[in-house]
Design a protein. Structure first.
Length: 73
């Protein structure tokens, strides 16, 4: 099993999701992964702790797809 690390929510600092990737990607389709939702403002994940909307960016590699928090500007 690969080691994981928690990716923090930018609002409350608690774990938004766990990732095995150095790019902090998450496979939102995997069992037990948080759900990536979509609305008029784009893709996002709702923090399970503070319920804030956290924008997510789609990552692809070949046929594989994952999501991650975009880098801060």
């Amino acid at each position: 099993m690969l080691p994981t690390h928690d990716v923090p929510c930018p609002s409350c600092g608690r774990a938004l999701y766990s990732s095995v990737s150095l790019d902090d990607g998450v496979d939102a389709g995997a069992v037990g992964s948080p759900k990536v939702e979509h609305d008029a403002h784009g893709d996002y994940m709702k923090c399970p702790h503070c319920a804030k909307r956290v924008p997510m960016a789609r990552m692809t590699a070949g046929n594989a797809e994952a999501w991650r928090r975009p880098a801060k500007a």
